[in-house]
Design a protein around this ligand. Structure first.
Ligand code: KIV
Length: 272
């Protein structure tokens, strides 16, 4: 797709209905992202989600996604300590989660983890720029690569990941010109989120894209729907109907044959 200049579409999904819809919509890649920690599990950051929790969600997605490539995100603490730990987590993500490939964050020492997992036979998507698992170290959720030196570092990191065998690289919250230069120079595709239009593909988080929560979203998000409003409206209507006795109606209930009802009534009166 990169060679043909066909843009790649990736979206996150965390359950079977979302995966089915993403598949039907024709996206190329589904990411079972560790953003699940925040948008599904209610945590303040992506750090607390465990490998077991990610496997549970990934299994739900891979049961439903037929055509898209499913990327299982390795959570914080499941690959940083050693190559062996990284390989073991990636193997579980593929064997138990059913993911096609895995994603991990960072460069530097993580480049060796990428190489180790690729050598074990599992495809790896890299992720640089704003890497939420280490947001505290980066000084918070903020754009990266905004100085010449930081941009060069990102450029070198992207090449190191490619050399280690990463098949694609997520660039998160990176100035558009920096992402464009990296994208043009790499052989493998870049998938941008807050990295401008010149990346080879784009990714958005399911809940951001669909407006599944009220309030503001990060600068780089475009909300293509306002489903939180739709859901609130529907729930309000349901609650009002229940309280008024307007739901359920006759058509929502099950009938029984008249003779069985009569027999039931008479059995009841004998009991009383
Ligand atoms: O976990 C995730 O959803 C991600 C995307 C934001 C790229 O890593």
């Amino acid at each position: 797709m990169k060679r043909r200049h066909d843009r790649i579409v990736m979206v996150t999904a965390y359950d079977a209905p979302a995966a089915r819809l993403a598949d039907e919509a024709g996206v190329e890649l589904i990411l079972v992202g560790d953003t699940a920690a925040m948008v599904m599990l209610g945590h303040e950051s992506t750090v607390p989600v465990t490998l077991e929790e990610m496997l549970f969600l990934t299994r739900a997605v891979t049961r439903a996604a037929r055509r898209p490539l499913v990327v299982g995100d390795l959570p914080f603490g499941s690959y940083q300590q050693s190559d062996d730990e990284a390989i073991a987590s990636a193997v579980r993500m593929v064997k138990e989660g059913g993911a096609d490939v895995v994603k991990l964050e960072g460069a530097g020492r993580m480049v060796e983890r990428v190489r180790a997992i690729v050598d074990a036979g599992i495809g790896v998507m890299g992720h640089i720029g704003l890497t939420p698992q280490s947001a505290t170290k980066l000084g918070g959720f903020r754009a990266q690569g905004r100085t010449a030196a930081a941009a060069i570092k990102l450029y070198e990191d992207a090449f190191a990941l490619q050399a280690a065998g990463a098949f694609a690289i997520v660039l998160e919250a990176v100035p558009a010109p920096v992402a464009a230069r990296i994208t043009a120079a790499l052989e493998v595709p870049t998938i941008g989120i807050g990295a401008g239009a010149d990346c080879d593909g784009q990714v958005l988080v399911w809940h951001d894209l669909l407006g599944l929560y009220p309030g503001s979203t990060p600068r780089f998000v475009k909300r293509y729907a306002e489903l939180a409003d739709e859901i609130l409206g529907a729930l309000g209507q349901y609650a009002a109907d229940v309280r008024m006795g307007a739901f359920p109606e006759e058509r929502h209930t099950y009938a029984m044959p008249d003779d069985e009802l009569a027999a039931f009534e008479s059995a009841l009166s004998e009991l009383q």
